[in-house]
Ligand binder design. Sequence first.
Ligand SMILES: NC(=O)c1ccc[n+]([C@@H]2O[C@H](COP(=O)([O-])OP(=O)(O)OC[C@H]3O[C@@H](n4cnc5c(N)ncnc54)[C@H](O)[C@@H]3O)[C@@H](O)[C@H]2O)c1
Ligand SMILES: O=c1ccn([C@@H]2O[C@H](COP(=O)(O)OP(=O)(O)O[C@H]3O[C@H](CO)[C@@H](O)[C@H](O)[C@H]3O)[C@@H](O)[C@H]2O)c(=O)[nH]1
Length: 327
Amino acid sequence: MKLLVTGGAGFIGSVVTRMLLDAGHEVVVLDDLRTGHRAALAPDATHVEAGIHDAARVLTPQAGFDGVLHFAALIAAGESMVAPERYWHNNTVGTLALIDAVRAAGVPRLVFSSTAAVYGNPTELPITETAVKAPTNTYGATKLAADMMLTAEAIGHGLAAVSLRYFNVAGAHLDGDVVLGERHDPETHLIPIALEVAADRRDKLQLFGDDYPTVDGTCVRDYIHVSDLARAHLLALDAATGGQHRIYNLGNGNGFTNRQVVEVVREVTGHPVPVEVAPRREGDPAELVASSALARAELGWEPRKPTLHDMVTDAWAFYRAQVLDRP
Ligand SMILES: NC(=O)c1ccc[n+]([C@@H]2O[C@H](COP(=O)([O-])OP(=O)(O)OC[C@H]3O[C@@H](n4cnc5c(N)ncnc54)[C@H](O)[C@@H]3O)[C@@H](O)[C@H]2O)c1
Ligand SMILES: O=c1ccn([C@@H]2O[C@H](COP(=O)(O)OP(=O)(O)O[C@H]3O[C@H](CO)[C@@H](O)[C@H](O)[C@H]3O)[C@@H](O)[C@H]2O)c(=O)[nH]1
């Protein structure tokens, strides 16, 4: 297939691009590099350095695209509470522009990066796709709006749409010479920050809140390895069906508190990770744990690296290769 990957210079999009190319697809990456990295671009993909709001420039009827995988977004839940307008413009308005371009060009299928953040504080655990959607942060709201647009597009115009609701993506993709991991500037995610502390590049980790209703008072998240997540996108492309919007949660069904995550980082790295308790971060749900039963049953998806230990080991290998082993 000829595929457009938005956000293909980012953490997850760059891994999926590699897998699509390996599977024999032709890939064009649309990424304006606002948070992505030129070095993460796959050499065998064509890169168009532009924003999703201008997707119609690339997605012309003549270009003959068979599908779009839409990763491009702003992704930091905490930031979305202090600069919400950036999230609405990029994640919701940007996705609408992309869907308009998809429709005008007659592209039949689209796979979208949705998120566990659409659920907010869950009323059931583990969370299934039909659980109540009540996002506690603007980021989750912008993604829920995009999901709703896709449902409407499938009904109204026959799009074959799939939303994959990822829980917390971690690890790094290690495949021969290819090492692709998480690199944000400034970094906001728990595991990469804990690794920076373990590597002595930061003096301590701030734990945002220890008074949540969880076993140790810190938030609980369900982590999924980026390589496992990436494989689900190829399965989703195959499963996409005209006129339907399919939605799948992707996680491992295991919750870890933030303190437990820090402990695994200590074990894997063999370095201390000093922590300091700080106030809660606005918008954080207390606990997010996935049921991925539907993805397993309908997509045939199976994680190969389900343990947090493996994810942190791979993330540490990436961090060392990127930062510590560089002159
Ligand atoms: N990382 C996670 O834990 C996680 C969990 C759930 C969902 N997601 C979703 O997965 C997707 C990818 O996340 P990631 O972790 O790879 O993030 P990332 O920041 O590494 O990658 C996002 C990419 O999109 C590009 N981009 C952003 N806005 C753009 C625009 N308007 N036009 C063109 N390119 C643009 C950036 O330059 C970057 O390369 C996002 O949609 C995110 O919401 C991520
Ligand atoms: O320095 C830090 C950074 C984070 N946290 C906490 O660690 C947990 C995880 O936070 P983070 O790593 O920022 O991830 P989330 O906010 O859970 O969001 C991630 O996971 C979501 C899916 O669950 C995705 O949609 C988002 O894009 C992705 O950023 C939260 O309780 C944070 O408050 C800290 O205590 N200290």
